[in-house]
Design a protein around this ligand. Structure first.
Ligand code: GLU
Length: 443
């Protein structure tokens, strides 16, 4: 995983905008970072090892830039291996999330053609592939043809100092495009964009987006221009900042009561609909990975104990053992904070092929699971920065508690229980308990 941010627009401070964007994405990768901005017909680059923290970026003023916070997979943690990576002419720069599985073959053939490599990364083949294609085609098709040669799950953002454009493409890893007034953004996560604009497009696999004076979205493999589907984010920028807390984990822990209350007070209709889907389904499967899998497992216990209803549970990556039981009357409930977890996204795609219904419980509006689902419940937990899931987990469990009570036709009882839980969590988070908790943690 890594954080990607790109900017093109009328503000002449791309370096700072990108740098600030990367700070908001640091949770995605933090062994090294770098920014590239356009200066005349070349890209100037500033790269560092370590966390961004309080560092500063040292680059000229510019209206176009891209940046990256890395979590190395190929090549050690060095300045040379940090992104962005450039082609031989230094007019093309690339930031990349993922693994180019066939990079060695591509690198060998590029070296044969005379390209010079300076890093040990898999990523560096991409700018050279684009450079090679630019000899006989335009920029966006050069990126498209380079991208088509990459094996693996990748998100790629390419800056061109000559055409003054950024082109992005992805398979698997998320990319979001932000649309401002005379400026465009691209990032791995909408929380890095919401400060600038709430208007976003979630890039789909096999789409290429061109950010220049205008935005152009192209569908592969046909290469047809398509109309982007706009989403309006309902997050506030403050939600993406630490505020008075020393770190995000503490902030997110302290926001749990608000999250539980919100679900108790505002989710009756959606949760009733989910309960109805479970009631009508011929077999329900609830799945998640990591933290979300614990909420899914709790869900099966809740449905069993409260509503006397059997619901199957599976960890996302093991769901293929159960896929034979899916029919067009089954219901799949994938649960995921990001809505991008590949081990949950894949089973959903397979279930859809069998005609099963999908009711997703996710935190990120417009995420892959959100888009794939027939029915969705947004957790409303706010953007989650800490790697440890806290308020998103509590939100998942709260939705499932309410759904179980709704299925048992006792929704008011469920609501009251959640409101009491919110009060209890508030109590536990008070100063005197915090001291006690710290003491236990020390011991
Ligand atoms: N594979 C690339 C590298 O090691 C990208 C890793 C990432 O997603 O941060 O540099």
């Amino acid at each position: 995983m890594c954080g990607i941010f790109g900017y093109v627009g009328n503000q002449n401070k791309a370096a700072n905008i990108v740098f600030e964007g990367l700070k908001l994405l640091e949770y995605r990768g933090y062994d090294s970072w770098g920014v590239a901005v356009k200066k005349d017909r070349k890209l100037e680059i500033d790269k560092h090892v370590g966390k961004i923290g309080d560092a500063k970026v040292n680059l000229p003023q510019s209206s176009l830039g891209i940046g990256h916070t890395r979590w190395a997979t190929h090549g050690g943690v060095t300045v040379a291996n940090a992104h962005p990576h450039v082609d031989c002419t230094k007019s093309i720069a690339v930031v990349h999330n993922g693994i180019v599985e066939n990079f060695q073959d591509l690198k060998d053939s590029l070296i044969e053609k005379g390209h010079k490599f300076i890093s040990e990364t898999d990523t560096e083949v991409i700018p050279h592939l684009v450079e090679e294609n630019l000899k006989h085609e335009g920029f966006s098709s050069s990126v498209r043809d380079a991208f088509n040669k990459l094996k693996g799950l990748n998100a790629v953002v390419v800056a061109n100092a000559v055409s003054k454009e950024i082109v992005a493409a992805k398979t698997g890893s998320p990319l979001v495009v932000g649309i401002g007034e005379n400026e465009l953004f691209v990032a791995s996560d909408a929380s890095a964009i919401v400060k600038h604009t709430k208007k976003v497009i979630f890039l789909e696999d096999n789409q290429i987006v061109i950010l220049g004076e205008k935005l152009k979205l192209i569908k592969l493999p046909e290469g047809l221009e398509i109309k982007p589907e706009l989403h309006i984010l309902d997050w506030k920028f403050e939600e993406t900042e630490k505020g008075k807390y020393n770190h995000f984990l503490l902030k997110e822990i302290n926001e749990q009561p608000r999250v539980i209350e919100n679900i108790a007070l505002n989710y009756s209709v959606e949760v009733n609909n989910l309960a109805k889907l479970i009631k009508d389904a011929f077999g329900t499967f609830i799945l998640g990975c990591g933290t979300a899998s614990y909420s899914a497992l709790a869900g099966t216990y809740l449905f069993s104990r409260i509503a006397k209803k059997h619901v199957n549970f599976s960890i996302g990556s093991e769901f293929n053992y159960l896929e034979d039981y899916l029919t067009n009357r089954s219901l799949l409930i994938p649960i995921s904070q990001s809505g991008e977890t590949i081990d949950v996204v894949d089973p959903v795609a397979n279930a859809k092929k069998k005609g099963s219904k999908i009711a997703a419980i996710v935190n990120v509006l417009g995420s892959t699971l959100y888009r794939q689902a027939d029915f969705k419940i947004l957790l409303g937990a706010g953007p989650e920065k800490a790697v440890v899931g806290t308020r998103s987990f509590i939100a998942m469990v709260a939705v499932l508690i309410l759904a179980a009570y709704s299925l048992a036709e006792k929704q008011t009882q469920g609501k009251n229980l959640l409101l009491r839980a919110a009060e209890n969590v508030k109590e536990i988070l008070k100063e005197r308990f915090e001291q006690k908790i710290k003491k236990i943690a020390d011991e």
